[in-house]
Structure formats: structure tokens, C-alpha cells
Design a protein around this ligand. Structure first.
Ligand code: FAD
Length: 296
């Protein structure tokens, strides 16, 4: 079908926003300002990442608990298996449950040192599928997991990665959120494969609005995401023009979302990097309006 005009988008999408736990008071203020701006868009949930190797255990907990207690948002905590026994993960899960948190994004995680290989804790979970099973046995959490349209870098094959996704969903996860990607076809081809594999859970595209192209290229190389050559061309010469770079970023991400919308996608997960402007603008182009304004 032809892409709809932005003006015709009815706002019939659901969105979620991902944040990371702040390290300093300044970053904390930035996070809360972003949450304040994005809250009126009534996201389905917001999630807070877990630092590599479990390095942000306390900070992730405190941020998620504060969102759950002080905002109307449904807060989800990312949790990984790295460097923790099953008993320790159980304690973390209990603390979330006691704080009123009902949604976990369950991941295997990566080791703290960049490029290192994952070694399960001797008494720990070997991967996300086992973690999902363990969490659900402990409490009836809503669980989201990861999915990789362009295949996880350590996967033996695209098929074994897909089998792994199916195991995570069969273990009780109800949705998958994808690694970021820039090629809508990569997502749609992957969706076809999941349907052929009998997966019916929602595979929500993870949208990364690019604020720093060089950093995005480095990250993309580590996680197997193709960066199309036209993107380099679009960011060329913008290093000293941050405002124009933001406009170009928003245009690229909005176009990606528009193509996904045209293909039937109605759920979008935004990697906000704790800034609201780009995600807010893209949601606006998708037809979402602040709830209070719409009600008025
Ligand atoms: P898994 O699903 O366990 O898979 C890991 C690898 O093992 C894959 O290659 C898979 O194919 C393979 N595999 C698993 N089981 C088998 C099997 N039985 N046989 C053969 N192969 C198998 N990282 C963080 O540290 N903190 C975060 O907060 C965080 N949030 C994320 C959010 C999203 C939406 C995404 C997409 C990723 C996130 N990550 C995060 C990154 C993630 O931890 C890494 O990508 C990690 O390398 C894999 O985690 P996973 O949960 O996808 O692993």
C-alpha cells in the first residue's frame, strides 16, 4: 500500500520508551525531564536498562521503582543473567515485585568487558530463555524479550537464533522488542520468518533515533545492524550543525516508522537515550498527541 501522509495518521499506535539509569545528578535531571515530556503520550510502558555485567543493579532498581511510584506509567525493568546466581536473580525479582513492578525485560546480557564472551555464572542461568522460565516461576511477571531481525552476532545461524526466540516466547514471554535496525525490509523479512515458525507474539520494532552518527556506526557494527550507505551521506557535513542534525535524524527515523506503519506495524519501542525531543517529534508525526490535549 502507498504510505499515508503524516497528516492522515490517526494516532492509532502504541509506543514504549527505553531509558538508562542516570549516573549523576545532571543526568538524573535530564532523565526526569524526558519522562515528564513523554508521559502525556501515554506510553504502553517505559523500561530502564541494566548495565553490562549487572553494573547498575541498584540504579536500575531505584529508577524503575521511582517511575512506578511517582508517575502514572507502567515501569519495566531490564534484567540480565550476567554475573549472578539464580538465587541472586530471585532476590532482585522479589524486590521488583515488592516495589509494584510487574514487567521485566529478560535478557542474557553481555559481559562487562567489550568484546568478551558470555560465561554463565556457575549457579546461574545460561541464557534469556532459562531466565524467563525462572522469573515466571517466581512471580507472574509480564515478560518481554529481545529479537534480532539481522541475527544476533553470536548466533550459529539465523535459524538457531529464531529457534531461541521461540524458546523464550514458549517459556512465557509475551512480546519481543527488536534490536535497532535501519532497513524496514530486514524487519519485514524477519517478521515473515517468525510467522512461518508459528510465532504469534508481537515483535515490536526498536527504533533508534540517531543523534551521533559515528557512535551509532560503532554500536551497529557490534550488534550486526546494517547501516545503509545513504545514511552516511545524509549525516555528511553535519558534525558542527547539531540542530540540523536533529532535524535529519528525526526525518530518517520518522520515515522508517512511516514505512513500518504502512506495513501494518502499530507498536513502536523507542531507544530514547534519555532525551525526549526526537522520540516526541517522531511520535507526533505518527499522529500521537498529549493525552490531556486530546481529551480537551
Ligand atoms: P539470548 O536470547 O539468550 O541469546 C544469546 C545468544 O545465544 C544468541 O546468539 C542466541 O541465538 C544464542 N542461543 C541461545 N540459546 C541457544 C541454544 N540453546 N542453542 C544455540 N544458541 C543459543 N544488554 C544489557 O546488558 N542490558 C540491557 O538492559 C539490555 N537491554 C536490551 C534490550 C533490547 C530490546 C535488546 C534487543 C538488547 C538488549 N541488551 C541489553 C543486549 C543483550 O543483552 C545482548 O544482545 C546479549 O548479547 C544477548 O542477550 P539476549 O537476551 O538477546 O540473549
Amino acid at each position: 500500500p502507498a504510505a499515508p501522509l503524516y497528516a492522515d495518521l490517526a494516532g492509532d499506535c502504541q509506543v514504549s520508551f527505553e531509558f538508562f539509569p542516570p549516573k549523576s545528578e545532571k543526568m538524573e535531571a535530564q532523565l526526569w525531564s524526558a519522562i515528564e515530556t513523554l508521559t502525556p503520550l501515554a506510553p504502553k510502558f517505559v523500561s530502564v536498562t541494566y548495565g553490562a555485567g549487572g553494573s547498575t543493579r541498584e540504579r536500575t532498581h531505584n529508577t524503575v521503582a521511582r517511575i512506578a511510584q511517582e508517575t502514572p506509567l507502567a515501569a519495566a525493568a531490564h534484567l540480565t543473567c550476567v554475573g549472578a546466581s539464580k538465587a541472586e536473580i530471585g532476590e532482585i525479582a522479589d524486590a521488583y515485585w515488592d516495589a509494584g513492578v510487574r514487567h521485566i525485560v529478560a535478557l542474557r546480557g553481555d559481559p562487562p568487558e567489550v568484546g568478551g564472551t558470555f560465561e554463565p555464572h556457575p549457579d546461574g542461568y545460561k541464557g534469556a530463555a532459562e531466565l524467563v522460565e525462572g522469573l515466571i516461576k517466581r512471580h507472574p511477571f509480564e515478560i518481554s524479550v529481545s529479537a534480532y531481525p539481522e541475527v544476533h552476532p553470536e548466533a550459529a545461524s539465523a535459524q538457531s537464533d529464531l529457534d531461541n526466540l521461540k524458546r523464550k516466547l514458549d517459556a512465557g514471554a509475551i512480546r519481543a522488542i527488536t534490536q535497532f535496525f535501519f532497513t524496514p525490509d530486514a524487519y519485514f523479512r524477519f517478521l515473515d520468518k517468525t510467522l512461518a515458525a508459528g510465532i504469534t507474539a508481537n515483535i515490536v520494532p526498536g527504533i533508534m533515533p540517531v543523534s551521533n552518527f559515528a557512535a551509532t556506526q560503532r554500536m551497529a557494527a557490534m550488534c550486526n545492524t546494517q547501516v545503509p550507505s545513504w545514511m552516511a551521506r545524509l549525516f555528511e557535513g553535519l558534525d558542527d550543525h547539531p540542530a540540523s542534525r536533529q532535524l535529519v535524524s528525526a526525518t530518517i527515523a520518522a520515515e522508517l516508522c512511516q514505512k513500518l506503519y504502512t506495513g501494518g506495524v502499530r507498536d513502536f519501542h523507542f531507544y530514547t537515550l534519555n532525551r525526549s525531543e526526537l522520540s516526541f517529534a517522531i511520535c507526533h508525526l505518527l499522529g500521537l498527541r498529549a493525552k490531556a490535549t486530546a481529551d480537551a
